[in-house]
Design a protein around this ligand. Structure first.
Ligand code: BGC
Length: 681
């Protein structure tokens, strides 16, 4: 390869801004012309956290999976792989060979506007699901990316904030989630984020070396769009500049060439950068199985989205067994949330806009590039009507609480759909907005059989929960969300989701009661003026989410791992074995009268540690059926990272174990002794 050919693989376009658009180029996130002389294909990149996204294209035929928050709530690794396989297949059919999918940032703040793209607050759960999803995408012989490396844990000030964290704690939390995702999925690329960590921008941070040197990962690091600040980033470990039109200059073109000529950057480093890009293309099959655009098979793909939505829906409260809806409920009032037209989706680069979606203008102050508030065309109202012959199901938009309450009064059951839109580029409030809390209170006062269905990207505060007998969290449920919701509400399928994030009781319970950088607007952030830069202190370290609650003795509104089923389960026969490895076994039995899905979870902690998830099982069980579960804990989950010795240290001592239906369910517990061990990074 000539030097120019090599450089052409190291900086690429934001493929929305090409003017004129070259033939065969799909308006999307990224485009590199490739090296036709040597058979290196053009790199055609699309966002794809939740489906092939619609950057700049109008309604399109792609299928939208439910949000990452929903996938996380399924605790289903095989589902994550099936979802990835589906998205990868659609991307291939559209002509893309690189997907910017695989988000694995831990939920450190429930207000982060991108939590809906991520897979929860737990390292093991997030890493396992992201790895499976990457595996699924890449089974189509295209590249999947994992992102945003690292600590891009809030959107407010994402371009200017400096995340401050203890380096060992980072290894034990977010970095371990990336490590597990990379081990499970072998992604061709990693995307570095916008923010700084401990003083250095993500895309020029010494942390870029960790996957390469410690984890033996051979792919390439691409920048986020507009996240490159210098050619020196190449020395730190950045291999490729993406979306060059929005960096202040195209650093990896003439400036890099200049630094190479001047000897400021060794030629060997450039060869390594190119080799890494090519490794990603060869190892995933992009080179041997060139992408050829074809037709999408949405008839096969949409059921994958529906299954995912069904598995992610979490039943948070069900007093008196109000759900599933009784056949005797003849008059049902459906209220609010545009349930007559569809289900809400999250905004930003991951936005998928399937044909027939409905768009409302984004609120004032939202980032300018946001495409509006999109409802996917899958109406819960219509799906409920289709499943409830003989019932009269009326709809009220919920804009006037008194009118909605009057309708609820005439009904056997009232279902309030409460929505909260979240988007990349800004963070969200912890409370439901637009008077929806007042609407819930008014309807609940008029009808004691009121069910609240939440469509949110994040946990929300639920001060109204004690006024209603039933609460369901449906997240953003995707292209078939209405059907999935109707099937769960009517009991055609069990309510089988479990929370992958803690629902706090108040903002005061969080490590940062106030969101850092509050007041920095999306445009100030984008402009990256130095006066808006600020620190975010991750004082919780590796005690993210439920571990923070345990450490500080706080009781959340709904704990991590929690979710009800329509049947009951019993876990028993616990055996805990120690020595070199922690192995836990137990039996799970469906003691109820309906088939259902148990999700027993195993938590463990060593001396002085807060408990953390070390394994789980998702078990469909018939009434009376028992299954035996064996979990062996990955020792890294229980070890501390020793930064001086540069390895993991598993301390000798007594390890506490609990098995339950959530982190708060500690009824079955045991203890064992583990031997000291050192584990290579
Ligand atoms: C986002 C990335 C995305 C990229 C390209 C950025 O703003 O942070 O997640 O892949 O845009 O669309």
């Amino acid at each position: 390869m000539t030097e120019d050919e090599q450089l052409s693989l190291l900086h690429g376009h934001f493929a929305l801004f090409l003017n004129p658009m070259p033939d065969g180029i799909i308006p999307s996130a990224g485009y590199f012309p490739g090296v036709p002389r040597l058979g290196v294909p053009a790199l055609k990149e699309s966002d794809a956290s939740l489906g092939v996204s619609n950057a700049g294209r109008a309604n399109d035929d792609a299928v939208a999976l439910p949000s990452g928050a929903s996938l996380a709530s399924s605790w289903d690794v095989s589902l994550a792989e099936a979802g990835g396989r589906m998205i990868g297949g659609e991307a291939r059919a559209k002509g893309f060979n690189i997907l910017l999918a695989g988000g694995v940032n831990l939920v450190r703040d429930p207000r982060n506007g991108r939590n809906f793209e991520y897979v929860g607050e737990d390292t093991l759960l997030a890493g396992s699901l992201a790895g499976a999803s990457i595996r699924g995408v890449q089974s189509n012989h295209i590249v999947s990316t994992t992102k945003h490396y690292v600590l891009n844990a809030q959107e407010t000030g994402r371009h200017v904030l400096n995340a401050v964290i203890d380096p060992a704690a980072l290894r034990e939390s977010d970095l371990l989630a990336f490590e597990l995702a990379i081990e499970g999925g072998h992604p061709g690329s990693i995307m570095c984020g916008y923010n700084k960590v401990n003083g250095a921008y993500d895309c020029e941070n010494p942390l870029l070396q960790v996957p390469k040197t410690d984890w033996g990962w051979k792919g390439w690091v691409m920048s986020d769009w507009g996240a490159v600040h210098s050619t020196q980033a190449a020395l730190a470990g950045l291999d490729q500049e993406s979306g060059q039109e929005i960096d202040s200059q195209v650093f990896f073109d003439a400036p890099l060439k200049h630094d190479l000529a001047a000897g400021a950057i060794p030629a060997a480093r450039m060869h390594d950068m190119v080799r890494r890009v090519l490794f990603g293309l060869f190892s995933t099959g992009v080179m041997d199985h060139p992408v050829q655009a074809g037709r999408l098979d949405t008839a096969t793909d949409a059921p994958v989205a529906q299954r995912a939505a069904e598995e992610g829906i979490v039943l948070l409260k069900n007093q008196g067994g109000l759900l599933p809806l009784a056949k005797t409920a003849k008059r049902i009032a459906v209220i609010g949330g545009h349930a007559d037209v569809g289900v809400l989706s999250g905004g930003g680069s991951s936005q998928v806009i399937p044909l027939g979606s409905l768009k409302f203008p984004a609120p004032a102050g939202s980032p300018k590039w946001i495409q509006g508030i999109v409802y996917h065309p899958s109406s819960p109202l219509q799906a409920l009507r289709a499943r409830s012959p003989g019932a009269e199901i009326s709809f009220d938009p919920g804009s006037d609480p008194a009118r909605a309450a009057a309708l609820a009064k005439t009904a056997d059951v009232a279902i309030v759909f409460a929505t909260q839109w979240a988007t990349e580029g800004q963070d969200t409030s912890l409370s439901l907005d637009s008077g929806q809390e007042a609407l819930i209170q008014a309807v609940a006062a008029a009808n004691p059989h009121t069910i609240v269905v939440l469509e949110t990207g994040n946990p929300v505060l639920t001060p109204w929960a004690d006024k209603v007998p039933a609460v369901v969290e449906a997240w953003y449920p995707g292209s078939r969300g209405g059907e999935a919701l109707a099937r769960v509400l009517t009991g055609e399928v069990d309510a089988s989701g479990r929370l992958a994030v803690t629902f706090p009781g108040s903002a005061d319970q969080l490590p940062r009661p106030q969101l850092p950088g509050l007041g920095v607007t999306p445009s100030e952030d984008q402009a990256m003026t130095s006066k808006t830069s600020f620190d975010v202190n991750y004082v919780e370290g590796a005690d993210v989410g439920y571990r923070w609650f345990e450490k500080t003795g706080r009781t959340p509104a709904f704990p991590f791992g929690f979710g009800l089923s329509y049947t009951q389960f019993h876990f028993g026969g616990l055996k805990v074995e120690g020595g070199a490895n922690l192995t836990v076994s137990f039996d799970a039995t469906n003691t109820g009268t309906r088939p259902g899905v148990a999700v027993p979870q195993v938590y463990a902690a060593g001396p002085g540690q807060t408990r953390r998830l070390v394994g789980w099982s998702r078990l469909p069980l018939q009434p009376g059926e028992t299954r035996h579960v064996i979990v062996t804990a990955d020792p890294r989950l229980l070890a501390a990272f020793d930064t001086a010795a540069h390895n993991w240290r598993l301390a000798a001592g007594a390890y506490r174990v609990s098995v339950g239906a959530s982190v708060a369910d500690t009824a079955i517990s045991g203890e064992t002794h583990l031997a000291e061990a050192r584990i290579k990074p």
